[in-house]
Design a protein around this ligand. Sequence first.
Ligand code: C2O
Ligand code: CU
Ligand code: CU
Length: 486
Amino acid sequence: MKRRTFLKNGSSMIALAGSAGLALPFISKFSKTANAQSIETLLPIPKLLENLDKSGETTTFDMDVRQGKVEFFRGKQTSTLGYNGNFLGPTIRVRNGQRFRLRLKNRLSEITTLHWHGLHVPAIWDGGPRQPISKGAEWKPEFMIKQEAATLWYHPHAMGITGSQVYRGLAGLFLIEDEVSDRLDIPKTYGVDDIPLVIQDRRFFKDGQFAYVQSMHDIINGVIGNYLLVNGALQSTLKIQSGLVRLRILNGSNSSIYRVSFSDNRSFQIIASDGGFLERPVKMNSILLSAGERSEVLVDFSDLKNLGGINLRVDQIQGKQFNAMQIRVGELNDAKYTIPAVLRQFDRIDESSSNRIRKFAMETMGGGMGMMGGRLTINGKRMDINRIDERIKAGTTEIWEISNRSGMMMSMPHSMHLHDVQFQILSRNGKPPKPHERGRKDTVLILPGQSVRIIIRFGEYKGVYMYHCHLLEHEDDGMMGQFEII
Ligand code: C2O
Ligand code: CU
Ligand code: CU
C-alpha cells in the first residue's frame, strides 16, 4: 500500500499490529521538562500571505507545499508538512468581488491537492480528489471571490490520503472580508485582537513522530489525539491588550469533536458560523464544533487586568479534556466596541422554495470487523470517483435529509460537509436548530441517531463536487459521494 510509505521507520509494522488489535506504543506523557519548556511558548499566529498584486484589485499569491521538521518536544524532531513553512500554512485573506490567483508548487514526494473548504468556487478549481497535483507540479487556480465575509479554510484532499496529509500539518485559514465586516464595530486587527485559533489534536510515537496509523479501530473511531495543538503549538500562551477579543476558531482536527469553553466558564458572544456572520450575536459559554467547523466569537477579558490569566478549555467528546492554551491579559488599551444587536441582514432560504428532497443515510457497519471494505457508507455506497451519485440542476434549491444510522455497537458521530455551497439547517431531529446554528453552514455535526434537514441553494458553476463526512478517517475510507451540477 502506498500509504505505508509515508510512515516513518517502524511505524508501518505498528500499523499492522494495530489492525491486529495489539496495544500501540503511543506515548501518553512526555517528561515534565518537555512540557515545562512548551508552557513558555507564545501562541504562534499564522502569517498573512502576502498579496503580490499591490493594486489590491486582484490577488496573486505564491505558495508551496513542503516537508519540514518541528520540535514539539525537546530534543525530538517530528517530521511534518507545511505550506511555506514547517507546519500549517499562512492565512490567506481576500475580499468579496476580488479576482483570486494562486501559484502552488508541490515540493512533496507524493501527490496532493488543495481544497478551499467553504468556498463557492468553480468545480475545476475546487481542489478535491479530481484535481490532483503530482509531485513537482504547479497548480494555478484562478477565480472570482463571490461570497460574503467568512472564516473558511484550506487543506489537501487527495483520494485516500487527506487524513494523513492534514495530520502531518497541511491546513490553513482563508478569510473573506466585505463591506459588512469592514463596517461592524468589532475587533479586526489580525493577530492582535482578531485571533485565529486552529485547534487540532495529535498522538506521537516515543521517537516524536506523529502516530498516524490506520488500524480498523482508528478508521472507525477516527484518529483521536492525546496532545492538543493550537496554531501548531502545545500549551502556548496568548497575550492580549484589548478587553474585547475576537477569536476565529477552527476545529482542524482529523476526527475529534470539541466543546470549546473557558476555564472560568465565562460567557461569550458567537457572531459567525462556517459561512459568515449570524443575524444576531448569540450568548453562550461553550460551543460544540465537529471536525471542519468554524465559529467566530467575541470574548470580553477586561476583568482580567494586568496579566490575570485563564485557560481556553477544549474537551473532546470522544474522551480527553485539555487546558488548550493560556490567555494572559496585559495593560489594557482603551479600545471600546459596540456590538450591534443585528450583525447583518440574513437571507433565510424558505423551505417552500425547495425543488426537491434527497435523503442520505450515513452508516457504520457493525459486523465484519477485520474485513476490509463496506464499513463506512453513505446510502450504502463507498466513494467511487467514476460514479456520480447525485445530479443537481444549477441554481435550484434542495432539502437534504441526512441521518446518522449507526449500527449495533458502532455509534459514531459524523460531520457532513458539502463543497461549493453554504447551506442552512432547517431542523435537527424535527426541532428547529439552536440560534447559533441558524447561520450559514458548510459542515454539520450529526450525532448517532440524529437526523438533520438542511436547505441548499446550489450555485451556477457546473461540474462535480464532493459531499462527505469530515471525520477524515471516515472520508478516506469512502464515506464520500459526488454531486454534479448540470
Ligand atoms: Cu474540508 Cu471536502 O473538505
Ligand atoms: Cu470542503
Ligand atoms: Cu463520519
